[in-house]
Ligand binder design. Structure first.
Ligand code: ARG
Length: 475
């Protein structure tokens, strides 16, 4: 039977105990149970280190490490699970250790605190989850690059202000989304670098007088180095805020792409048909095919933005060092990561399974005046100042609209009435294929430029992948 002192980690100075309501309000096991593996790893590293520095005999250290391994197996096999009655995962595991090895369990907590433990374990958990997140993002980028490669010659109207602006290629447009995700991946790698310092040894806040080898602990647990300041080590949650920012921005990027898929799958656009796997019907209207998954991705960006705002609010004005407020970083982090990874995966899947109706995109360029700029540029090449050329072509567009015709209906004679420099080849300028192919400069929408851009994206991704590998697989 466990003594009350073991069921919780404190109690000696108290006569009474927490009210049931206060207990329910403050216990965090339902959230931090997710840190069980990290709790066991950090504890085993601590025990081994204690054996090396003489804080425990080698025999004691081995007994603790073996018992921790047993607990690991028990949890993995579902034989024992931390129960709700414990305050948090640290308390639950220590109590289980006590059940296994008795009073020796009480030596493990020498020179450490839940404050440095939790700050360490959240970092470790996040590092592990970064692998999944990074893989999902990388796959999304690869999917977009693959689609872009298939659509370097698929023309569509490029928009500004939601109005037809100039023709672009679908490949170019998809790569624009891809670059945003490449930046997200790079932000993830950099945030990971800053997070990768080990708080263990900071104790509650002031460090410890026991011979704790912080370098050894950091190395054992895969960190780049020990955190340099014991107060900062337990009070800092910048890494949580940074991750939540990276996730929020990433979800915002996903929401922009989702919104385009939603628009493009309307009958008005008809650029894309989403697969049955990612759409739903209506309980009332038999004809409906709704883009629910894209809508949910768009909508769930709200949760990521909200959680970013919450962590900033949680930290605002919080005095150093540890305060219990910090316990509530975890639900925010967990819920965000739980949302972001499936959102990315589903977006990749949706892009893969979508049917792209390229003829509809091409048709949308007919009669849409989106090559009017080409006519102005034509005059510029003949020596007319751009401002004047712009004015003249504006008048041509106005005349077309008044007469109910399009640029394609223009004749050379009509053009010449507006400016004497127009010649027969001016009519070729308004061809969208030609307009697109002419934009072969670096970063342009011409097929060859988009292919170069894809190569560039691949090499950037290679560099980021390398950075991430160093972070995630340090040894
Ligand atoms: N459950 C706590 C948290 O997640 C662990 C640290 C508790 N420390 C304390 N002094 N109450 O933040």
């Amino acid at each position: 039977m466990l003594t009350p002192e073991v069921r919780k980690m404190w109690g000696g100075r108290f006569e009474g105990s927490l009210s049931p309501e206060a207990q329910a309000y403050s216990f965090s096991l339902q959230h931090d149970v997710r840190l069980w593996k990290q709790e066991l790893q950090a504890s085993a590293a601590h025990a081994r280190m204690m054996g090396i520095t003489g804080m425990l005999s080698p025999h004691e250290a081995n007994r603790i490490v073996d018992a921790l391994l047993e607990i690991h197996a028990e949890i993995e096999e579902g034989e024992w699970l931390p129960l709700e009655e414990y305050e948090d995962i640290h308390t639950a595991i220590e109590a289980r250790l006590y059940e296994k090895i008795g009073a020796l369990a009480g030596k493990l907590h020498t020179g450490r605190s839940r404050n440095d433990l939790v700050a360490t374990e959240v970092r470790m958990w996040l590092r592990e989850r970064t692998t999944n997140l990074a893989r999902a993002l990388l796959e999304l980028c690869q999917r977009l690059m693959q689609l872009a490669e298939q659509h370097t010659e698929t023309l569509m109207p490029g928009l500004t202000h939601q109005q037809h602006a100039q023709p672009v290629t679908l490949g170019h447009h998809l790569m624009a989304h891809c670059w945003a995700f490449i930046r997200d991946l790079s932000r993830l790698a950099h945030a990971g670098d800053r997070m990768n310092l080990c708080p263990l040894g900071a104790g509650a806040l002031a460090g410890t007088s026991f011979p704790i080898d912080r370098e050894l602990l950091a190395a054992e647990l895969g960190f780049a180095m020990p955190a340099p300041n014991s107060i900062d080590a337990v009070a800092d949650r910048d890494f949580v805020a940074e991750y939540l920012f990276v996730c929020a921005l990433l979800m915002v990027h996903l929401s922009r792409l989702a919104q385009e898929l939603i628009l493009w799958s309307t009958p008005e656009y008809g650029y894309v048909e989403l697969s049955d796997e990612h759409t739903t019907g209506s309980s009332l209207m038999p004809q409906k095919k709704n883009p629910d998954i894209a809508e949910l991705i768009r909508g769930r960006s709200a949760l990521a933005i909200g959680n970013l705002t919450s962590i900033l609010a949680l930290l605002k004005g919080l005095p150093l060092a540890y305060n219990r407020d910090l316990q509530d970083d975890k639900p925010l982090l967990f819920a965000t990561l739980d949302t972001v990874v499936p959102s990315i995966r589903l977006m990749s899947e949706m892009l893969e399974k979508a049917h792209w109706r390229v003829e509809r995109m091409r048709a949308a360029l007919r009669g849409d005046f989106s090559t009017a700029t080409e006519l102005a540029d034509y005059l510029v090449r003949k020596g007319v100042p751009f401002r004047e050329a712009h004015q003249i072509v504006g008048q041509i567009v106005r005349e077309c609209i008044q007469r109910g015709i399009t640029l394609e209906d223009l004749t050379v004679e009509m053009l010449q009435r507006h400016h004497g420099r127009f010649e027969a080849d001016a009519l070729e300028a308004i061809d969208p294929e030609r307009a697109v192919c002419a934009r072969s400069l670096l970063g342009g929408t011409a097929p060859e430029a988009v292919l170069k851009q894809i190569e560039q994206a691949k090499s950037w991704l290679g560099v980021i992948e390398h950075q991430l590998n160093e972070l995630l697989n340090p040894n």
